[in-house]
Design a protein around this ligand. Structure first.
Ligand code: PLP
Length: 304
């Protein structure tokens, strides 16, 4: 009987397995110390979006964490294509990870005693903010917990250290909001749990200059702005700026451009996605359809 990859396919320890069989050992520092980095690229209509940008950022994160999984960029490209091909998914969430691994010497506390892993998987599409919430405009809370200091955790290296985000999400749900965004310890806006944040003021589209991942979707939004007559700005954003904005939206690989309708007790426009956010969202998906930065998946690779 052939293996069923329809719920997703993974690569780990040199073999391809159905997603349900992709498990890491409890002794892996990726689990015990959150000593892991990752990246996520999406596939729509059978093609990767900005794959090379995601590989660039993954390599930056690997270097920043001093992780070396011993897999070349070409091999990564091939493995990522193959997990998608095996799954047969034309719309997918595709992750690449490297964990520190299990120490070769039992009980060692030396990170150099670990063989770093490379793991990749493709699963069906994920939206970090559900489509119906995106439609009505998300309700965000500014969490009472600040984002961890960039002096302790470099937010430009992608990581799973989500204690502050998770606390924010609990707070949001407890208070009836969809999700949370966090300020840094000086009170400037950073990001949310898995997405960048933008404010729109007049014809300016502004995203924080600190405390945030340099998102690939964020880069796409900044690229799109000039063609819509909007000025893209990477700059400091205070709580007062957020309250004074015309519109707010968030952006991520797992969802795209996601308009918001409320932040705390501020209601934007008519409590629906604002017109500029909606236009950027529409342009972002239209450009996907036109093949902008798309790399087709070779589905025949599943048979090799
Ligand atoms: N910020 C954080 C903390 C994230 O985890 C992510 C994506 O997962 C983003 C921002 C958005 O980045 P991208 O657009 O590259 O998906």
């Amino acid at each position: 009987m052939s293996v069923d990859y329809s719920k997703g396919a993974a690569y780990m320890n040199g073999v391809y397995v159905p997603i349900s069989e992709a498990k890491i050992p409890v002794g892996d520092w990726g689990f015990t110390h959150s000593d892991v980095t990752y990246d996520v690229v999406h596939v729509t209509d059978g093609a990767f979006f900005r794959l090379e940008d995601h590989l660039d950022r993954f390599h930056k994160s690997l270097a920043g964490y001093r992780l070396n999984p011993g897999v070349t960029r070409d091999q990564m490209r091939h493995i990522l294509g193959r997990v998608v091909a095996l799954s047969g998914l034309e719309r997918a969430f595709v992750a690449m990870l490297s964990t520190r691994g299990v120490p070769r010497i039992y009980g060692s506390r030396n990170p150099m005693d670990c063989d770093n892993t490379f793991i990749a998987y493709a699963v069906p599409w994920v939206d970090v903010i559900k489509p119906d919430v995106q439609e009505r405009g998300a309700h965000l809370i500014v969490a009472s917990v600040p984002r961890i200091s960039p002096k302790s955790l470099d937010p430009t290296l992608k990581n799973y250290m989500w204690r502050d985000f998770t606390r924010g999400m609990f707070e949001a749900h407890d208070k009836g909001f969809d999700t949370a965004i966090l300020l840094d310890q000086e009170g400037f806006l950073t990001e949310g749990s898995g997405f960048n944040v933008f404010i729109v003021k007049d014809k300016k589209v502004i995203t924080p200059d600190r405390g945030a991942l340099e998102g690939v979707t964020r880069k796409s939004v900044l690229d799109i702005c000039p063609e819509l007559g909007l000025e893209p700005i990477i700059g400091p954003i205070t709580y007062a700026d957020l309250m004074d904005a015309d519109e707010v939206f968030t952006a991520t690989t797992a969802g795209g451009v996601m308009p918001c309708a409320r932040v705390d007790d501020r209601i934007y426009g008519n409590d629906r996605p604002g017109p500029i956010s909606a236009k950027i969202k529409e342009t972002y998906w239209r450009k996907h359809k036109e093949g902008w930065h798309m790399t087709p998946v070779n589905y025949a690779d599943a048979d090799n």
